[in-house]
Ligand binder design. Sequence first.
Ligand SMILES: Nc1ncnc2c1ncn2[C@@H]1O[C@H](COP(=O)(O)OP(=O)(O)OP(=O)(O)O)[C@@H](O)[C@H]1O
Length: 335
Amino acid sequence: MGKTMLEVDHLKTKYITRFGENVFAVDGISLKIEEGKSLGIAGESGCGKSTLALSLMGYYFAPLHYQSGTIKVDGVDITGMKPDEIRKKILGNEIAYIPQAAMNALNPTQKIISFIEDVIRAHDPGASKKEIYDLARERFEILGLPESVLKKHAVELSGGMRQRTVIAISTILSPKVLIADEPSSALDVTSQKMVIKMLRNLMEKGFIKSMIFITHELPLLYNVTDEIMVMYAGQIVEHATAKEMVFDPLHPYSKGLMGSILVPEKGARDAKLTAIPGTPPNLKNPPKGCRFADRCRYAKPACMLHPIAESRLDDGRMYRCYLEEKELREVYQDE
Ligand SMILES: Nc1ncnc2c1ncn2[C@@H]1O[C@H](COP(=O)(O)OP(=O)(O)OP(=O)(O)O)[C@@H](O)[C@H]1O
């Protein structure tokens, strides 16, 4: 087993609305990522993926609040750190984050090299301009980005190039964990492929030690990550290897999401992806039983009665369902 880069234990975080209501967006999430490994997080819009990303980085600014659980990066517990301490000690060198639509967040009046100077100097105030330029040039070259980009402004770059540049800037300090939230979803297919290739390259070269890749585009994850975690209504409903999740999903919700991957035509795939009837529950007042029960075609009355605990198979695969593995496989086979 490799060294554990990120370990999260029963993390609970919530939004407190201006009416004082609690929205339990991350409700007891546990996960572990080893050095050299990547984890995909998938689920419908609103299931808590982005909130999980913010929570992992200790980004607790109202209305988001920490409730309980622990987060360790390379063995160091960062759970209780203040946002200022997180910014100085963790962000950039321990955990790097690429938010949704990151490529549009670059200040258009700043040159790319000056963003890199900001990131490096936040952790090493004494670094000289030349040292920073040399490091940036070398990194850009290894990642297949032209050196000329360093002297350009963000507005001078195409969308795909801007996104790859943001990724190069965010990972310049070789973080232990990269959290990429929908890093390729706003791009055309060719640029998407280049972004994915770049992320793989960063892992292979050891410039990032581990990665979390968040997306609602499930087919992407099979090509990018070692493991996949499916989230539903703030909880994990299944965590398996990417291969298991794609070819042999166990939880009825994963089955609904993943069953579509093998359909070759994009149109058909999209049609199936939106085909799970119903909508996720309101996280202000989630159901006390299985959160997916009212959309699940295999639900039994007992599913609604009590919270569903996580079950673990012998190979370590986790799923959260009232039905046992054997029952699930039988009902799937009968269809
Ligand atoms: N500022 C906020 N105040 C209150 N509730 C919020 C806030 N931001 C998000 N939420 C709620 O938290 C839940 C999780 O939202 P989140 O954005 O993390 O989901 P997501 O899976 O990342 O969705 P998407 O794929 O659309 O980004 C949703 O129910 C959402 O309505």
